[in-house]
Design a protein around this ligand. Structure first.
Ligand SMILES: [Zn+2]
Ligand SMILES: [Zn+2]
Length: 94
């Protein structure tokens, strides 16, 4: 599968790039790669507005809005988010 979006993903603070690993944990206990789902938990469908930079694989530990991790064409980011919004959100956690 090819990805034709010109998009870079890295921490806006330390420029750590997600390595494809499952470094994020949802409140439901699910551990996954948040950049594979645009910050939506694959188990409970919760959408995370903020994303931590995981210290263990080399990140800085800072929390940033998920969108701030994406660097590239605004259009590409918008398209990505549109795709993410197509994911059925059947839960509204509070
Ligand atoms: Zn979850
Ligand atoms: Zn960082």
């Amino acid at each position: 599968m090819t990805n034709d979006l010109f998009l870079a993903i890295y921490c806006p603070h330390c420029h750590w790039e997600p390595d494809g690993g499952a470094h994020w944990q949802c409140t439901c206990g699910c551990v996954w790669n948040t950049f594979a789902t645009a910050a939506v938990c694959p188990r409970c469908q919760r959408r995370w507005r903020d994303t931590d930079c995981p210290p263990r694989p080399g990140g800085c530990g800072a929390t940033s809005p998920h969108l701030d991790w994406y660097h590239g064409l605004d259009e590409a980011v918008a398209e990505l988010m549109e795709t993410a919004l197509a994911v059925p959100a059947n839960v509204c956690c509070s």
